[in-house]
Design a binder for this molecule. Sequence first.
Ligand code: BES
Ligand code: MG
Ligand code: ZN
Length: 498
Amino acid sequence: MNVEVIASDACNVVEEESCLIIPLFEKAFPLDSSLLSETDELLLQTLADKGIFQGKAQSCYYVATPKSTYQGVLVVGLGSREDYDDEILRRGGGKAAELLQQHRVSHIYFDISRHDNVPPLPFLEGLVLGQYAFDVYKKAPDAEDLPVKVQTATVIIDNGVEVTPLLSSLQVGVLTCLSANGARHLANTAPNEMTPRALAEFARGISDESGCKCTVLEPKQMESLGMNALLGVARGSAQPPRLIILEHHHSDTAKTVALVGKGVTFDTGGISIKPAAQMHEMKYDMCGAAAVLCAFMTLAELKPAINIVAVVPAAENMTGDAAQRPGDIVKAYNGKTVEVHNTDAEGRLILADAMAYTVDKYKPDAMVDAATLTGACLIALGHFAAGVFTNNQEVADSLVAAGNATGERLWQMPLWKDYEKQVEGNHADLCNIGPREGGAITAAAFLKNFVGDTPWAHVDIAGTAWGVKGVPYWNPDHATGYGVRLLTRWVLDQVEEN
Ligand code: BES
Ligand code: MG
Ligand code: ZN
């Protein structure tokens, strides 16, 4: 989707075949839009008078306007002024996506100044996310049934207001949402195709496009580096593991941030096998990896003044005759030994090597990992917040802030020493599981052993990565791409002002 910003107070900028977007608070009538013709203003007033459209949050209404140059008007409800936050408009954008598609709209106008200065970005974000569809495995529709997508969004601001800052923030926002759609696509892709190799190829594609550095470690190199925790998880699978590394360097700064994403391309549980019922959903066990790669994809294009390293341990957790057993003991990259009591707690094992390696090799100033790590986190927080765990309050606070700004919200959980005790090993330094209670926290406590002194936060996205109902810009049966907007925003917030 192309975005343009026009500074104008003329009402004749609107082209034919386009739709005017009018965000409205409850009780905002009578309207004040110089873009609307008098007849159309009356039309909307009638809708309000009849109670058809009252500006309720997440309500949307499209009216065709055959007597005007533009083809229609779409009103988006914002609810009451006091309760407004950007997420309401973002969800309005998600609802609008469906209506605009139905009415085959390809060009929209969003007029800020005459609509209470409602910000255009959340609407565009919801729209871009809402337009995503996953249909690559379905029979292609006939040409005339192909869905029409919005190609251009024109934002109108008052004459004299600067165009460039708004335009660039809109472009970054739209690009980020397109990357989030990219992450959804990676995750939705069937696990027979989305293998560790395929993830590595995707990363190479990013590097080809942006010119950033891409390194992919294969099992032999992992062996010589001592990444036995990662190798152990992959041993049951015919698909060899990969450690994928993307680097963006900027000469103006010494600051480095690292993003690490869990890339289990399918999680059967291994020998500690999972029940059959929902096992197909474990193709989403690489959503952390997808978020990290796709956040990096945007950042590599924006080239901010900060060094960024994105690291993805990718493996498939299967049950082959070479598979890791409960009881196995492996030595991780940092020399710590781990008793594997449950082969289904594999995410923390692959992250252990990936994070210890990242810390050792890149010495980041801050590191964030994203992982569909525990069912316990889903039970604790449900689908509307990811859990964040940290050894450094500033990192957690900055993540929570980025989450509130993007609508990809986080809730902090404790990480006290008591939990660390619960993952100490009997026969080795550590055990890969703790008691059932507090399972999301003990998983984080386990990870803490592999980050050294690096300021770090772990984001458990088990609840937010897929299956979220009631958010119009997400499909409840698919991956959400959660984390792309959060991590992109967080990294951009880390750029030092000079
Ligand atoms: N990928 C799962 C976590 C998961 C489960 C995410 C359900 C989303 C929905 C992870 O590898 C796992 O299996 N974790 C175990 C850990 C346990 C064995 C300590 C879990 O949560 O049951
Ligand atoms: Mg598992
Ligand atoms: Zn897993």
